[in-house]
Design a protein around this ligand. Structure first.
Ligand code: HEM
Length: 430
């Protein structure tokens, strides 16, 4: 098969704002007509079918996670070059002061990936997740105390953002006095992954925050080396890289911590938002979850599947090959579209519907957390937050609905992530 077969869908504008806000129709068309869809301008192929996304994830030799265009120094360089000329100098000066950060975890391949993963594995053990349960519940309850009695709220600001941010900050070991700064810096770092157009002032603001955050993290790493604690920063700071018998450098620690703080809140926040929207749009789901709280596990898997927080991530093709019969050349990029694979009818019956009866193994086969060696290490933490969070929300809020004073919420037009920027809701008091 060649890409000529794509001419009938040549009108697909993958990066159009409307497509990014409402991608599911385009995904369906691509899955059917061109599951490996070439975007010549970027020399990138978008992969939308479940079986092909899985096939590519598994073959880490052919499809590498080392994608400079998206991660690390080369991405910063591209950002500087795209900035208005008058601020390029300022941005260069800020980035010039930054500690070089080597690729770790999400942007490296085996065998170095395995070494970083084995350090991170200590952070998300079953016993650690269990031990954290009451602390997670307490953050959820305290956050709810702030607004549950109001009968209405903008849910993203009131709950979906602050809960995961507070929890990841606690787990990392961010001191109380740094929290306001940490929340701002983590939010700015996550916003960077949206690849939305921003003006020069915003570029400078984000770069300054990133530099300052790096300074704070290095200080906390040093403190943890002198006085080890149980939190994530301390475990990383004092861990040893397998086979090399050495501690991580500051740059390696900061690179991993940056991934935690971006991945650790924006994604979970997304599913709180989308899950809440699904509850508002379907009162029957609300009553079924209230009647049988054990259904919350399937509800969370289905919410993750239907509106996957990470819509897609890139891989670099390392040698001439093919995927699903489509030719790919060494050096090209593929974009694994988890959000499209998760609505593939070939894998999930009635893929566009929330199905609380979906067998557990089927629901759990969704790819929102990826798969294979890069499978999200934070998945147990995210699932814990979500499965404790939704029952608490349903207990404190009855008859949850969209606010009639606001427009129907729509997603941010982001290329990689899928978040609701705001969600105005109302409810009856219990
Ligand atoms: C609903 C919540 C979340 C979703 C949907 C999500 C999604 C993902 C996905 C799709 C990947 C795979 C990357 C790849 O294949 O290249 C990933 C990796 C990763 N996630 Fe998550 N994530 C979530 C929560 C978290 C949390 C809470 C943390 C940390 C506390 C975290 C930390 C990471 C890290 C460090 C990686 C890189 C792992 C590696 O490359 O080995 N994520 N995540």
């Amino acid at each position: 098969m060649t890409n000529e077969a794509l001419t009938d869908i040549s009108k697909v504008q993958f990066f159009d704002v409307e497509t990014l806000k409402h991608p599911h129709e385009t995904y369906a068309l691509l899955r059917e007509k061109a599951p490996v869809f070439h975007i010549p301008m970027l020399n990138m192929h978008v992969v939308t079918r479940y079986d092909l996304v899985r096939e590519a994830i598994k073959d880490t030799e052919t499809f590498s996670s080392v994608v400079d265009q998206f991660f690390g120094g080369a991405a910063n360089q591209q950002m500087i070059e795209s900035a208005p000329e008058n601020i390029q100098k300022e941005l260069r000066a800020i980035y010039g002061q930054m500690l070089p950060q080597p690729g770790t975890l999400i942007s490296v391949d085996e065998p170095i990936h395995t070494k970083y993963r084995s350090i991170v594995a200590h952070l998300f053990t079953v016993s650690q997740i269990r031990k954290a349960e009451s602390a997670v519940q307490s953050v959820i309850d305290k956050t709810l105390d702030n607004f549950a009695k109001d009968g209405k709220a903008e849910f993203v600001t009131a709950f979906a953002n602050p809960v995961p941010l507070r929890i990841i900050g606690d787990r990392l070991g961010i001191p109380e006095e740094e929290r306001v700064f940490f929340d701002e810096a983590a939010t700015a770092a996550a916003a960077g992954l949206r690849f939305n157009p921003i003006d020069g002032d915003e570029m400078v603001r984000r770069a300054r925050l990133a530099l300052e955050l790096q300074g704070v993290l290095v200080r906390l790493i040093e403190e943890a080396r002198v006085d080890p604690q149980e939190h994530m920063i301390s475990i990383l700071a004092n861990g040893t890289l397998e086979g090399e018998d050495r501690q991580l450098t500051h740059g390696e620690c900061v690179s991993i911590l940056n991934q935690f703080l971006v991945a650790g809140h924006e994604t979970t926040s997304s599913t709180f938002g989308w899950g809440m929207l699904m509850l508002c749009q379907d009162p029957e789901i609300q009553s079924r979850l209230r009647d049988d709280p054990s259904l919350v596990n399937i509800f969370v898997e289905e919410a993750l599947r239907l509106e996957s927080p990470v819509q897609g991530l890139p891989r670099k093709v390392t040698k001439d090959t093919e995927l699903g019969g489509y030719p790919l050349k060494a050096g090209e990029l593929i974009m694994l579209r988890f959000g499209a694979a998760n609505r593939d009818e070939g894998q999930f019956e009635c893929a566009h519907m929330m199905d609380l009866e979906r067998p557990k193994a089927k629901a759990g086969a969704q790819l929102a957390f990826g798969s294979g060696v890069h499978f999200c290490p934070g998945a147990p933490l995210a699932r814990q937050e979500l499965t404790l969070g939704f029952p608490a929300l349903l207990e404190r809020m009855r008859n949850i609905r969209l606010s009639s004073d606001h427009d129907v919420p729509t997603a941010d037009p982001s290329f990689l992530l899928r978040n609701l920027p705001e969600l105005h809701i109302e409810w009856d008091l219990t």
